[in-house]
Design a protein around this ligand. Structure first.
Ligand code: 8DG
Ligand code: MG
Ligand code: MG
Length: 140
């Protein structure tokens, strides 16, 4: 991949006071707890990307997608430094009883719900940075 900034869509799936997180298996942020999401594809809307990535990674169907914020994240990790403009959205489950599946076990150790007031450690650093700054994904 050419050395250019890329766009990622990352999703806070909210369920009660919990969010969906999975431990990453990746050269970037390996073993840290991160939100589901991935690369915006050519021609795709933010909402379509969020729906697609959730389905690809967890099997979940989401709805009520709202834009939250955007952050600029430079990962200096060798051998492949990368740079993401990361767009954060929130969503809820279309069917509250649907259970997340680890559809891409080569990229994630598994998905689970975590209470916002008791998040697991270590968080993927872009997420850690947001939490540390007092960011809250829940509607008022
Ligand atoms: P794809 O092939 O499915 O499109 O990509 P992916 O394998 O799902 O990509 P990803 O690493 O999950 O997400 C792309 C980038 O988004 C990631 O390398 C860095 C950035 N990113 C953040 N914060 C978060 C986060 O909390 N979760 C995820 N998944 N990515 C994040 O800046
Ligand atoms: Mg992903
Ligand atoms: Mg993905």
């Amino acid at each position: 991949m050419e050395n250019v900034p890329r766009v990622a869509i990352v999703v806070f799936v909210l369920r009660g006071k919990s969010v969906l997180l999975g431990r990453r298996r990746s050269s970037i942020g390996d073993s840290t707890y991160a939100l589901p999401g991935g690369h915006l594809e050519f021609g795709e809307s933010f909402e379509d990307c969020a729906v697609r990535e959730l389905k690809e990674e967890t099997g979940l169907d989401i709805q009520k997608i709202d834009f939250l914020t955007v952050t600029n994240n430079v990962f200096r990790e060798k051998p492949k430094p990368s740079h993401y403009v990361t767009i954060f959205v929130r969503a809820v489950l279309a069917d509250p009883l649907q259970v997340p599946q680890n559809v891409e076990p080569e990229k994630c150790y598994g998905w689970d719900w975590y209470d916002w007031d008791n998040l697991p450690q270590p968080l993927f650093w872009p997420l850690e940075k947001m939490v540390h700054s007092g960011f809250n994904p829940f509607p008022n």
